[in-house]
Design a protein around this ligand. Structure first.
Ligand SMILES: Cc1cc2nc3c(=O)[nH]c(=O)nc-3n(C[C@H](O)[C@H](O)[C@H](O)COP(=O)(O)O)c2cc1C
Length: 177
């Protein structure tokens, strides 16, 4: 089965997962920007980081490429919010359904992984966005904060790394079926 891994990463978390998956399963990986001839593939694996709820690079890719009937699509998100929390998974998936469209969402095998952040590495624009978000969240009453909000507050202006390579295991198992 012809398979490719595409990744959408600004600071390296999704790329790190893509590299490990690529090495474990011997599948070629490239950034979504370099994707071409996807129509020749049987299976496309997209690993993309979450930015304000959206998967980085996915919309740009889908503007250039529509999944063919015979093709399988794996959609793997990487974000700071803990995907073991049901509320976070629901939020991520609601946004994904909108971004990918209902049909592609239903056809995809979906997985969620946890990423990393280092505020010292963020671009001016990203840092400003996070600061605005942090300030807005800090004004909210504690009982109105979602678990995702709390994760942002707790990690604000810090360097944290939740990357867990073992969390790729269910994806690798699915790829071996
Ligand atoms: C501006 C900005 C917005 C973000 N939005 C989300 C988000 O909506 N949900 C989430 O779980 N993580 C969010 N994050 C955290 C990133 O998804 C996380 O740091 C990820 O590991 C970055 O991946 P990358 O290193 O591959 O770019 C955001 C980070 C930044 C800087």
């Amino acid at each position: 089965m012809k398979t490719i891994i595409l990744y959408g990463s600004k600071y390296g978390s999704s790329r790190k997962y893509a590299e490990k998956l690529s090495a474990s399963c011997n599948i070629k990986m490239i950034s979504y920007e370099q994707a071409s001839h996807l129509e020749d593939m049987d299976r496309i694996i997209y690993i993309g980081s979450l930015y304000a709820g959206g998967v980085f690079g996915l919309s740009k890719l889908l503007r250039r490429f529509a999944l063919k009937d015979h093709q399988q699509f794996f959609l793997i998100t990487v974000g700071l919010a803990d995907p073991n929390e049901e509320e976070n998974r629901n939020n991520i998936q609601n946004a994904l359904r909108k971004q990918a469209g209902h049909e592609l969402f239903e056809r995809s095998k979906i997985f969620h992984l946890r990423g990393a952040i280092d505020y010292q590495q963020l671009s001016f624009k990203d840092k400003t966005l996070m600061t605005l978000l942090y300030k807005a969240l800090s004004k909210k009453p504690a009982d109105q904060l979602t678990t995702e909000d709390r994760a942002l507050i707790e990690t604000y202006d810090k360097k944290v790394d939740f990357i867990d390579i073992d969390a790729l295991r269910p994806i690798i198992e699915e790829l071996l079926i």
